[in-house]
Design a protein around this ligand. Structure first.
Ligand SMILES: Nc1nc2c(ncn2[C@@H]2O[C@H](COP(=O)(O)OP(=O)(O)O)[C@@H](O)[C@H]2O)c(=O)[nH]1
Ligand SMILES: [Mg+2]
Length: 255
């Protein structure tokens, strides 16, 4: 299968059906794909809505966490179960626009296998409250300066990458906000693509600004540590025996 669309959801019952419709409209006939909803301990009937949808609309899969474990854990569960060579992620609240998926897919298809590519959405016109937009801009600025990941918007839920790339990345809670830095650490490349962003029409935001900021500082320090400890050995051809010249391993200190 070409593509798995992984959508982490926590209490998004009213957003599931419209989102699935939009994904179908964007991808039907373009690519062989599946939709994987990862329900992360919702208590509003999200899973029931998805099961109902499965009977009328293929190919939708539902994975469930017994308790709420967070968005990164849900993405990881979805990616692990994905059958696609490529994985696209989307927020489950309808703020990302599935109509952007084809543009990401066309970019991915033209990309060489090496170095591995992460395509990440860039919400140039965010449709959130003023304070959230401001907090996000400041956080993005600090992160970009400290991590040197060259990415204007790491918080955008719309991303596309090879499944194998994700599985090579270190995992921790909230790691999905640091994809670009973690991909660069693996020797990959990151391309930002301007995408549409829409206001949340149904349901409520799950993240407070302050809690995100506080945990973000700890995560930032953790990712800086990961960058310092990165090594990327150039593995020599196994069949070459002792004949190949042994070169020093490539050590990446900072991107
Ligand atoms: N799996 C999982 N997804 C979550 C959790 N919290 C939020 N999400 C999902 O992450 C996406 C973005 O969350 P949202 O509340 O809209 O954050 P905001 O857009 O930054 O205000 C939505 O798809 C949510 O359903 C969580 O604890 N677990
Ligand atoms: Mg949202």
């Amino acid at each position: 299968m070409d593509l798995s669309v992984v959508i982490p959801v926590k209490d998004e019952a009213d957003n599931i059906a419209p989102l699935a419709d939009e994904i179908r409209a964007a991808l039907d006939g373009l690519v062989e794909y599946e939709i994987i909803f990862v329900d992360d301990g919702s208590v509003d009937g999200t899973a029931t809505v998805i099961v109902r949808l499965q009977s009328s609309m293929a190919p939708i899969r539902l994975l469930r966490h017994a308790t709420n474990c967070g968005q990164s854990a849900a993405i990881r569960t979805g990616v692990r179960a994905a059958q696609g060579t490529w994985v696209a992620t989307l927020d489950g609240d309808g703020q990302n626009d599935p109509a952007d998926l084809p543009a990401l897919w066309h970019l991915a298809r033209r990309a060489p296998a090496q170095p591995p590519l992460l395509i990440t959405g860039y919400r140039q016109k965010r449709r959130d409250h003023l304070f959230k937009r401001w907090a996000s801009r400041v956080a993005n600025m600090i992160r970009r300066r400290l991590l040197g990941d060259g990415t204007p918007d790491t918080g955008c839920g719309l991303k596309l990458f090879r499944r194998s790339l994700f599985l090579d990345l270190p995992y921790f809670n909230h790691m999905h906000r640091f994809f670009p830095a973690l991909v660069l650490r693996e020797g990959g490349t990151v391309q930002s693509l301007p995408v549409n962003h829409r206001p949340r029409l149904r349901g409520r935001s799950k993240y407070g600004i302050l809690d995100r900021l506080l945990v973000g500082i700890i995560d930032l320090l953790g990712v800086m540590w990961l960058q310092q400890r990165a090594t990327r050995p150039r593995v020599l051809d196994e069949t070459a025996g002792a004949s190949d010249t042994i070169a020093a391993p490539v050590v990446s200190v900072r991107q």
